[in-house]
Design a protein around this ligand. Structure first.
Ligand code: NAD
Length: 504
């Protein structure tokens, strides 16, 4: 929760208790410009260190994260209200792994590659394709994963040789500031990485300064960022909202499917872009699945996180989110849905809370099946068969991830190819995100454009440069002036030969 005061600072509140965590500056456009000038001055030196030089610092940071895991978890929990485990597994673990991964992979993904050609004018010449950093990258992040999402995208950008200005969410700036301290302690040269704390206006100022923008957040803001980037003709990579479906077929291991539904709908209090947001279950196992999921969700312990194992589900993070979740549940109930578990804010005295919730008798006239809820809710819908499940899963403006549970993995994979989702998991969910080798991103505009992770997750921070070198050269190439009938005849004869199959 945040409030802006006249002195241009932002007060950050702990969403689980309402207590003040601290204040940070609300930077204006002039302050962002100053950061960009420092970044621009520092970037060439960072690039000149090369992959090996940069990897030394990135690997130190991997160790720094594990050495400071307790401080990081405490900071993340304080500003997000998430549990110790959600902070440790989905954030600290991700951050440390990402530093090691990009240090190792950057030279492999971005190294020069040789290009072969059969084209007449360039035969025998040496062709290469290479990547060079764009310069200064702007990373703008959301509040749900201040390390993994806000900060995580900065790591490959740095590994590629860019300077980075990170604009964390105004709701959760302290994790990024702590990591900036870590980078400085690990020897990152001054100016290469800066945290621009502030509100949306600060984010807009960042877009105005940088050479490429990586945005993670809502679809509405993503559209604005894309428009601002288009006006400057800079590339933008957008990771936006999700409404991920889970499909449970009649032959599924019901217990495994129920565990995945209950966990991935409620972990991080449901505030995960690739959370299970809706479930379609084939009729023969519907009752059993609903009974198992309801029992599991009803057993969850929700409360103020206080160290390992203290609670299963923490608070929501962002104040307006409580109203969104409440509105979606009320809309569903008004249209005929039945609440089996939860459905209310609960009895906490302070903070941002909504109970883990299970709903049935839902349909696609309801907001909870069509809009991103971003809360600990699981609406479950009965379907006649796999075709109906696929049709309903695809009936969405979003397309981030989707999961299918079935004992017939080959059939699951075949059905998965029909899903309009950037990632499909069979008998699993969400963990694909931890495979840093596997590209992740949206398959429909509502979920964004561009990819994070894998080769695409680092080449996007670069401009491609092609090189051609002539080692053996004539003084005068055949196709050059002056044009004569004799030489044109020779050239044409050669072209005819080549195009009659010699080039194959
Ligand atoms: P948001 O769009 O409200 O804010 C995201 C960031 O944009 C914040 O830092 C904000 O200050 C900044 N911002 C606001 N206006 C701006 C502007 N005009 N120009 C530049 N920056 C601006 O999103 P949120 O509420 O913080 O995050 C939740 C959303 O993020 C959800 O929709 C969720 O699905 C999405 N998300 C997506 C992914 C993914 O990988 N696809 C991951 C995490 C979260």
């Amino acid at each position: 929760m945040t409030t802006t005061t006249e002195t241009a600072t932002i007060t950050v509140h702990a969403p689980a208790t309402g207590e003040v965590v601290g204040t940070v500056p609300d930077l204006d456009a002039a302050a962002v410009h100053a950061l960009a000038e420092r970044a621009r001055a520092a970037q060439p030196g960072w690039q000149a260190l090369g992959f090996a030089g940069r990897a030394v610092i990135l690997r130190k940071m991997q160790r720094w994260i594990m050495d400071h895991a307790d401080e990081l978890v405490a900071t993340i929990c304080a500003e997000t209200g998430k549990t110790h485990e959600d902070a440790l597994i989905a954030e600290v673990n991700y951050g440390a792994a990402a530093f090691g991964f990009w240090a190792r992979q950057a030279p492999r993904y971005l190294g020069d590659s040789r290009v072969r050609t059969t084209q007449l004018l360039v035969r025998g010449k040496r062709l290469r394709s290479r990547y060079r950093p764009v310069g200064v990258v702007g990373v703008i992040g959301p509040w749900n994963y201040p390390l993994t999402n806000s900060f995580g995208d900065a790591i490959p950008a740095l590994a590629a040789g860019n300077a980075v200005i990170l604009k964390p969410s105004e709701v959760t700036p302290f994790t990024s500031l702590l990591l900036a301290r870590g980078l400085a302690e690990c020897g990152l040269p001054d100016g290469v990485f800066a945290v621009a704390t502030g509100t949306g206006a600060t984010g807009a100022a960042v877009v105005d300064e940088v050479d490429m923008v990586m945005f993670t957040g809502s679809t509405t803001t993503g559209r604005r960022v894309a428009a601002a980037a288009a006006a400057r003709l800079i590339p933008a990579s957008l990771e936006l909202g999700g409404k991920d479906p889970m499909i449970v077929l009649a032959d599924a291991d019901v217990e495994r499917a129920a565990n995945h539904a209950a966990y991935y709908a409620t972990f991080n209090c449901g505030q995960t872009c690739i959370a299970v947001e809706r479930c379609y279950v084939e009729a023969p196992i519907y009752d059993e699945f609903v009974a198992r999921v309801s029992a599991k969700v009803a057993a969850l312990r929700q409360g103020v996180p206080n160290g390992p194992g203290s609670v299963d589900v923490g608070s929501l993070t962002f104040a307006p989110q409580v109203e969104v979740v409440e509105r979606h549940v009320a809309d569903a109930v008004a249209r005929g849905a039945r609440l089996l578990v939860g459905g209310e804010r609960g009895d906490q005295k302070a903070g941002l809370w909504f109970q883990p919730t299970v709903l049935v008798d839902v349909d696609h006239s309801m907001e909870i099946m069509r809009e991103e809820t971003f809360g600990p809710t699981l609406p479950i819908m009965r379907v006649a068969d796999a075709d109906e499940a696929i049709r309903l899963a695809n009936d969405s403006a979003y397309g981030l991830s989707a999961s299918i549970f079935t004992r017939d993995v080959a059939r699951g994979e075949a059905l998965g190819r029909r899903l309009e989702a950037g990632a499909v998991t069979i008998n699993d969910a969400v963990v694909n995100y931890t495979a840093l080798e596997l590209p992740m991103g949206g398959a429909k505009p509502g979920s964004g454009i561009g990819r994070r992770h894998g080769k695409e997750g680092i080449t996007k921070y670069c401009r491609q440069q092609s090189m051609l070198s002539s080692r053996l050269h004539l003084r005068h190439d055949l196709h050059m002036h002056p044009y004569t009938a004799r030489r044109t005849g020779q050239l044409f004869a050669l072209l005819k030969l080549l195009n009659r199959g010699l080039t194959r």
